[in-house]
Write a protein that binds this ligand. Structure first.
Ligand SMILES: Cc1cc2nc3c(=O)[nH]c(=O)nc-3n(C[C@H](O)[C@H](O)[C@H](O)COP(=O)(O)OP(=O)(O)OC[C@H]3O[C@@H](n4cnc5c(N)ncnc54)[C@H](O)[C@@H]3O)c2cc1C
Length: 343
């Protein structure tokens, strides 16, 4: 959506092909504060003032220590970002994008892509065909276009089990906090949403997750019970665990090059990060904006904007991989655990 909006800003006509959004809630609601200037660039400065979002006031973590350590926005940690209602947030950007006359929205899935001379032909699932001079791959972790032209690298196989828990005991006033807890086979994240649902995510490697987790609520309850602080928050906050979690890939993947002649990958299609970074959405906004600017320049005949874009994405990936190793390296309590050894 960011790429479409930036292309429209540059007066480039866009065909935006993507299926209709799913009604299933999407995981990921921690938005880094570095997203704010990017939203301003897209003319969406007020978006975070809408109901459903809140500033993170306090973050607790048990990482590298059995103690629960508190960071608040008045302390050294500075701005801790936002907890957003993901569907409200994405819908707001969606409405702004479809209002642009330069953008034609096609509700379909791209199934094939052919290149001849200076143009591309995209065929969709329903058989429609579209021609264009440039293709932007924003297909998320599929990297549907990018993987045809370069290598998709995978640096780990992190997986997520997640659910949004409902408060069954409404007499309890839940704490508007975010909590991260490292455990022997992975780590937990929980945050309270404005509508009082508790987003709970468990991250581990697929071979270390209990078998059948995605189908069995008792297994989900059992592993929640193995956490010290997450389970306590669920119990004392009056939240119910009534169904098995959804499962998703959450590993780090990135293309060897994020762009080439006539194409660029943006968002997770270019580089998808471990959610520990809480930078997936911000990176999608940034690459969407910068990838679209590079595409517009390339279409105008400027020689190397795609190379510059690709180098900046590669630099971001390399900084992220170094930062990730440092954060995982702070946890020494589980020396025999395959999960921590792999990181
Ligand atoms: C469990 C989990 C927790 C996360 N938590 C956070 C968090 O707290 N904070 C954060 O910033 N990030 C988080 N992330 C990461 C964040 O969700 C992603 O980085 C972000 O969604 C990337 O946006 P995107 O637009 O690139 O890809 P996506 O959101 O995956 O969107 C891709 C789009 O492409 C469409 N598409 C796919 N294939 C085709 C095709 N062939 N033709 C047409 N359309 C297609 C899809 O329908 C979809 O609309 C989390 C991720 C996971 C898995």
């Amino acid at each position: 959506m960011a790429a479409c909006m930036m292309l429209a800003e540059k007066n480039v006509p866009v065909i935006w092909i993507a299926p209709e959004g799913s009604s299933k809630p999407k995981p990921g609601e921690s938005l880094a504060s570095s997203a704010v200037p990017l939203l301003k660039t897209l003319g969406l400065a007020c978006i975070l003032e809408a109901p459903g979002h809140r500033k993170v006031e306090v973050l607790f973590s048990s990482w590298g220590t059995d103690q629960l350590v508190e960071q608040n926005r008045t302390g050294l940690a500075g701005d801790l970002g936002y907890v957003i209602d993901r569907s409200v947030f994405e819908n707001h950007i969606y409405c702004a994008a479809v209002r642009r006359p330069e953008i034609s929205r096609c509700f379909d899935t791209a199934v094939s892509l052919e290149r001849s001379h200076d143009s591309w032909t995209v065929t969709t699932n329903s058989g429609s065909q579209f021609e264009g001079a440039f293709v932007i791959d924003g297909t998320g972790r599929h990297s549907a276009v990018g993987r045809k032209y370069t290598t998709l690298n995978r640096s780990d196989k992190l997986a997520a089990a997640y659910d949004f828990l409902i408060q069954v005991d409404q007499d309890i006033e839940p704490t508007p906090a975010t909590l991260i807890e490292a455990v022997a086979d992975g780590w937990w994240y929980a945050t309270l949403l404005q509508d009082r649902r508790l987003a709970v995510n468990y991250y581990s490697d697929p071979d270390l997750m209990p078998k059948g987790l995605g189908h069995d609520v008792e297994t989900w309850k059992r592993i929640i019970g193995q956490s010290r602080y997450i389970s306590r928050w669920i119990d004392t906050g009056g939240f119910g665990v009534s169904r098995p979690p959804s499962l998703a890939s959450a590993g780090t993947t990135y293309l060897s090059t994020a762009a080439g002649p006539g194409w660029a990958a943006v968002g997770d299609a270019a580089a998808a990060f471990d959610p520990l970074s809480s930078h997936g959405m911000t990176s999608a906004l940034w690459t969407g904006i910068e990838g679209a600017k590079a595409a517009a320049l390339w279409l105008d005949g400027t020689s190397d904007p795609l190379m510059q874009y690709q180098n900046r994405v590669a630099e971001g990936v390399s900084q992220y991989i170094t930062g990730r190793a440092q954060i995982y390296g702070r946890e020494h309590r589980f020396p025999g655990s395959a999960f921590w050894q792999r990181r």
